[in-house]
Design a protein. Sequence first.
Length: 364
Amino acid sequence: MCRNEIMKSLKDEIQFPCGLSMKNRFMLAPLTNTQSHEDGVLSDDEFNWLTMRAKGGFGLTMSCASHVQAIGKGFPGQLGIFGNEHIEGLKRLTDEIKSHQSLAVAQLHHAGMRSPEDIIGERPVCPSDDEETNSRALTLDEVKGLRDNFIEAGVRAKKAGYEGAEIHGAHGYILCQFLSSDINKRDDEYGGTLENRSRIIFEIVDGIRNECGSEFLLGVRLSAERFGIKLGETKEVCKKLIDTNKIDFLDMSLWDSFKEPVEEEHKGRNLLEHFTELDFKDVKLTVAGNIRTGENVHEVLNNKVDFVTVGRAAILHHDFPERVIENSNFEPIELPASRSHLIKEGLSEKFIKYMGAWPGFVGE
């Protein structure tokens, strides 16, 4: 497909297996922003940040990582979805997102051993004991409770008006910890073989699909590597997820879509090629990883990807999709971004302070 055809296709609808359609090829990445209340209730700041992106043209607006258990909180000001007290605020959010013809999707999350002890007020949990993070191993009953809480969060998301949910199995959080043979040392049905280590993800997929129905959009986010994850195993999990016929999309977090893998045995092709070679059947593929310009969007979509997941560029420009559709050579403002620009783009002081930890992102 030539470049002009790619750019025209940016406004083409994406049809998901569940029957829902997405108005274009841009998804807002689930971005940590620390703007909500400490009890997980949606704040006005987070409402404004997300709905501004829906208004700016994203075909799918995904929430930040929303924790499914109080003990799974990963950062201050994190949006919650672990209790019915969250539904009222989330309903207000989803109503506004959908009013801009953007799909409203919740990301379901649990930080596991990455939950700071000073935030959750107790030892974090993990598939196995971890001395470095002072995390304790989940009992078998607790693993099954965790699975059920992910499923319940999916049901809660639907009640709150979300049209779908993404299961966060990436970035070293708890489901990623289960996948890692370096971290997961269990000797029961949730540890050992790849089939056992990935079991909880498939049980969550089955549960959400059964409880929320065939018309609920369902995706899974995975890391290709790092965090104790092996590329070959990730590809096997992807193949199995596709073959279940129970998910609508896979969201691969690559960090840099065109870098070579870390593992020597997989070098010679970039990370993106390792996943686009898979037979996705009707399942859609999106990737995140250094997609910051119109040129990047073109390059990724020209490599058999269905839609792009945009993070940093969406922070800088709430209307990034509209700008790229209008100008295929669009480039975001240069960094560091001024505080006044970030405020104009809907970031609160809390979010700006958080972004200040990113080297060279925030200026005066």
